[in-house]
Design a protein around this ligand. Structure first.
Ligand SMILES: NC(=O)C1=CN([C@@H]2O[C@H](COP(=O)(O)OP(=O)(O)OC[C@H]3O[C@@H](n4cnc5c(N)ncnc54)[C@H](O)[C@@H]3O)[C@@H](O)[C@H]2O)C=CC1
Ligand SMILES: C[C@H](CCC(=O)O)[C@H]1CC[C@H]2[C@@H]3C(=O)C[C@@H]4C[C@H](O)CC[C@]4(C)[C@H]3CC[C@]12C
Length: 255
């Protein structure tokens, strides 16, 4: 069912987005791979074949995302699937009482701007092009998959900005499913636990091993291909809509 699908994957140059672009391309889908101009998206797109095209995009920019959606239309004629993986994180306490400094407002705003505003920006502009599709026999015109985090539910110390940004993605999922239902566009959110990606590689090996051991089963970091597998399952199951799915091996993060 993925063959011939036209997709847009944000954050496609790395980690979960890259694994998704890889899986889609391997099965014959066309992919607009959107990532920051500073990313290695261009090299990744070349590696994945001639049905993958890189567009330099900051997801929080209306102009950039409009260009990415337009590329899907110009190069591939339509848009069937959008996967929002672009994201950023910060680890800062609300107030550092040792140094007497408050969390910088700019840091909080930056994380919200990329993770929440950026995700919504991509959804709203993708929906416009998907709405022009000819519906399938079920009336479906397109599917959108977002990426939240288990931090939306079990945010840890230092994650006020990140958790708030991801909880907002969870919160927008149902109302958007309702908004877009008239056009037959479905939307779901995946809330990943701990995945072995460059974002997590920033942590020392000892910490990653410790984190992996805190997962009930399986006691290991998720492989990005397992995230991509769920994206495909969401695309292929017409009844999945308006829902957030935890993909975390039953992990509940401690404070
Ligand atoms: N790795 C993990 O364990 C978890 C990851 N997540 C979420 O999954 C998503 C993907 O994360 P990873 O693949 O692990 O991270 P990653 O750091 O490997 O990839 C993120 C990609 O997003 C891109 N990006 C960042 N800001 C952007 C912007 N403004 N516009 C366009 N692209 C931008 C980066 O250039 C990068 O290629 C993120 O939203 C992250 O918050 C959630 C829970 C756990
Ligand atoms: C290693 C990063 C800190 C580098 C720095 O000092 O700036 C971490 C900053 C944010 C972390 C992520 C985060 O808070 C969101 C997820 C929360 C989950 O509970 C764990 C995985 C996270 C992706 C986590 C990974 C480490 C950081 C990127």
């Amino acid at each position: 069912m993925i063959k011939n699908v036209v997709s847009l994957v944000t954050g496609g140059a790395s980690g979960l987005g890259r694994a998704t672009a890889e899986r889609l391309a391997r099965q014959g889908a066309s992919v607009v791979l959107a990532d920051l101009p500073s990313s290695n998206g261009s090299e990744v797109a070349k590696e994945l074949g001639d049905k993958v095209v890189f567009v330099p995009v900051d997801v929080s920019s209306e102009q950039d995302v409009t260009a990415a959606v337009q590329t899907a239309k110009d190069k591939f004629g339509r848009l069937d699937l959008t996967v929002n993986c672009a994201g950023t994180a910060t680890a800062v306490k609300t107030y550092n009482f040792n140094k007497n400094v408050a969390h910088r407002l700019e840091d909080f705003q930056r994380v919200i701007n990329v993770n929440t505003v950026g995700t919504f920006n991509v959804i709203r502009l993708s929906a416009g092009l998907m709405g022009a599709n000819t519906p399938n026999q079920d009336g479906q015109r397109g599917v959108i998959v977002n990426t939240a985090s288990v931090a939306a539910f079990d945010g840890q110390i230092g994650q006020a900005a990140y958790s708030a940004s991801k909880a907002a993605v969870v919160g927008m999922t149902l109302p958007i499913a309702r908004d877009l239902s008239t056009q037959g566009i479905r939307i779901c959110t995946i809330a990943p636990g701990l995945f072995n990606t460059p974002m997590l590689a920033a942590l020392p090996e000892k910490v990653r091993t410790f984190l992996a051991k805190s997962i009930p089963f399986p006691q290991r970091l998720g492989d990005p291909s397992e995230y991509a597998q769920l994206v495909q399952a969401i695309y292929e199951n017409p009844l999945l809509n308006g829902e957030t799915i935890r993909l975390d091996g039953a992990l509940r993060m401690m404070p």
